[in-house]
Design a protein around this ligand. Structure first.
Ligand SMILES: Nc1ncnc2c1ncn2[C@@H]1O[C@H](COP(=O)(O)OP(=O)(O)OP(=O)(O)O)[C@@H](O)[C@H]1O
Ligand SMILES: [Mg+2]
Length: 191
């Protein structure tokens, strides 16, 4: 006999480059794993070096990339894993198709951050290049980004710390039965 198995979920981050998808995902991954949950992160940058190697940044290639990530998230979710997708995923239609495939356990997290803040941050030095016209098809500068209409959670990475954003997501998971409050607190005490 197994103990109660928590339900899987897909935490689908979407937002411009530098908006905090990877940073917040990593905090969530660490916190949840420490508490005994099975977690897998599919980060856009990593996926593009293996699962989606060779794909570019046209709309068609971006959509293929998102469908692949969505496909894997669905497999993980139905096996009680918390799958975290952290890719820009700029197009609403393909995000919604992944939502439809996964169903109720699809949790869309919009990383909202004003473009001025992202340009100022310029973590990877890409905005400078994009604004200088050295990178074509750069989301938010020379390529579209379609904001989610009704995301389950919006994090404001221009105003909150990454820890505050992660905490709000954890609260959502507790309130919606994906994560058990006691289990989290127990492991905090152990740590
Ligand atoms: N509240 C916040 N949430 C997340 N990141 C923040 C926040 N405040 C500041 N930051 C900083 O913003 C940067 C976010 O970069 P990160 O690589 O996580 O973005 P990303 O959305 O994964 O971008 P990309 O699409 O290029 O991979 C980090 O340097 C992080 O320290
Ligand atoms: Mg990232």
């Amino acid at each position: 006999m197994r103990d109660f198995v928590h339900p899987g979920a897909t935490l689908w981050f979407t937002g411009l480059s530098g908006s905090g998808k990877t940073t917040v995902s990593n905090i969530l991954e660490e916190t949840l794993k420490r508490s005994g949950y099975k977690v897998e992160v599919l980060d856009g940058d990593v996926v593009r070096t293996n699962l989606s190697k060779g794909l570019g940044f046209s709309k068609e290639d971006r959509d293929i990339n998102i469908k692949r990530i969505g496909f894997v998230c669905n497999l993980l979710t139905r096996n009680d894993v918390i799958a975290i997708a952290a890719a820009i995923s700029p197009y609403r239609e393909v995000r919604d198709s992944v939502r439809e495939m996964i169903g109720d356990s699809f949790i869309e997290i919009f990383c909202e951050c004003p473009l001025e803040v992202l340009v100022e941050r310029d973590v990877k030095g890409l905005y400078k290049k994009a604004l200088a016209g050295e990178i074509k098809n750069f989301t938010g500068v020379s390529d579209p980004y379609e904001e989610p209409v009704n995301p389950e959670i919006t994090v404001f990475s221009g105003k909150e710390t990454p820890e505050e954003s992660a905490e709000r997501i954890i609260q959502y998971l507790i309130e919606n039965g994906y994560v058990d409050d006691d289990m989290l607190h127990r492991s905090y005490k152990v740590a």
